[in-house]
Design a protein around this ligand. Structure first.
Ligand code: SAH
Length: 399
């Protein structure tokens, strides 16, 4: 990867941080995400669904709660962006099976947006219990297709644009933070974009440099910006716009969970290797690269099309979703000390404000009608107005 980047820079000049991130993470030949399983204790980082089954179960309840609140449509698509090992969607589908009596007669399909060949193979094994062959039809945007263990059709795509439009629930957990960011530094001459260049002192080393003049991505910076360093992620904006258009048109909801801030942080671009911080310019392709999600930007990109809720802290969201009740049920069911200890440790990791509890945020996109407390269009014939309270973002009333 380093050789490839050096060659690229030597032939066409320094590259933006966004291009650097995109090459390092998702280059089809050598990208960090493409051919390895980096998740879990043995990998480079661990995510909430890999820590505790409760995480996915509560998210499953969230989708069912939204499905019920908007009139129990006869069909929906569950769409996940960047599904990792497929653990999260697996836990969600287990809840759907357990609540089969509620969801009966509802036609569910699963759609995964994944660029990684390795991870899509692992997802197929997790969710279908078998190796799913690559689709032979080169013209089709679906590159793998199968049926989950509980009999639900499942398809894989490389891009959200390829997922069929239709009533859908979208999920993105630790997805937006891997999308490429442009970085800008305020200078006496105005905003200058940060680029990656070859260090003239050391031949096989990369370094950051500032562009000598303004660059087009500067258009993404707000006119009243007060910070002196900002990161902008145009790809995140494109995806939020697409999700918003789809939700406004056909209904459903999107749930985004990630670490991030509300337009306040500056330099958050960093690398992780073997659960430790890693210099982003050293040994590219061997470590995860990530930047905090700017939720204020996501909100701006959704504005006018759909309503947004959050960001709220993970511990508040999970508490509102009833994590304490679920933990108690699982603890009561198990006599095995190691299982009980694992459940308690997982709870602490997800909820402790010093661990993931405050670092991670939940953010949702919903059709405007959903929050207006009136009748939802889909159910105009039903007499009861739907609750405008959205689970997780306020306390769930257990009935
Ligand atoms: N959601 C999972 C995995 C997070 S890691 C979890 O929480 O455990 C990021 C995921 O996004 C990986 O599956 C990675 O392969 C995928 N990914 C990265 N860039 C992507 C892109 N541009 N389009 C689609 N998927 C992408």
């Amino acid at each position: 990867m380093l050789r490839h980047l050096m060659y690229k820079i030597k032939s066409t000049g320094p590259i933006t941080v966004a291009e650097y991130m995109k090459e390092v993470l998702t280059n089809p030949a050598k990208g960090y995400y493409v051919y390895r399983d980096m998740l879990g204790e043995k990998g480079d980082f661990i995510t909430s669904p890999e820590i505790s089954q409760i995480f996915g179960e509560l998210l499953g309840i969230w989708f069912i709660s939204e499905w019920m609140a908007t009139g129990k449509s006869t069909a929906f698509q569950l769409v996940e962006l960047g599904p990792g090992r497929g653990t999260l969607v697996g836990d969600i589908l287990r809840v759907f099976t357990q609540l089969g009596s509620v969801l009966k007669n509802c036609d569910i399909s699963v759609h995964l947006v994944e660029v990684s060949q390795k991870l899509s193979e692992i997802q197929a094994l997790t969710l279908t219990k078998e190796k799913v062959p690559l689709e032979r039809n080169a013209g089709s945007p679906v590159y793998m297709k199968g049926v989950t263990k509980s009999g639900i059709p499942i398809s894989w795509y490389r891009d959200l644009h390829d997922v069929p439009k239709g009533y859908s629930f979208y999920l993105a957990h630790e997805f937006f933070d891997v999308l490429p960011v442009h970085k800008f530094q305020k200078t006496p001459q105005g905003w200058r974009e940060v680029f990656v260049d070859i260090d003239p002192q050391v031949s096989d080393k990369l370094r950051f440099v500032l562009a000598p003049s303004a660059t087009p991505a500067e258009a993404f910076i707000q006119h009243d910006e007060t910070r002196d360093h900002v990161e902008v992620c145009p790809d995140a904006g494109v995806i939020i716009e697409e999700l918003s258009q789809r939700i406004a048109l056909t209904g459903g909801a999107a749930l985004v969970a990630d670490y991030g801030h509300d337009g306040t942080k500056t330099d958050t671009f960093r690398g992780f290797c073997d659960h430790k911080l890693h210099d982003v310019l050293i040994a590219p392709g061997t470590a995860d690269l990530t930047a905090d999600v700017d939720f204020s930007y996501l909100r701006r990109m959704a504005q006018g099309k759909v309503a947004s809720l959050g960001p709220i802290k993970q511990h508040t969201f999970l508490k509102n979703m009833g994590i304490d009740v679920r933990l108690k049920v699982l603890l009561d069911k198990s006599n095995e000390p190691s299982v009980r200890q694992q459940l308690l440790q997982g709870y602490d990791m997800l909820m402790n404000p010093k661990k993931m509890g405050e670092r991670f945020n939940f953010f949702a996109l919903l059709p405007h009608q959903r929050l207006q407390g009136g009748r939802y269009q889909r159910n105009a014939r039903q007499s009861k107005p739907f609750a405008s309270v959205v689970a997780g973002f306020s306390e769930l009333a257990w009935q």
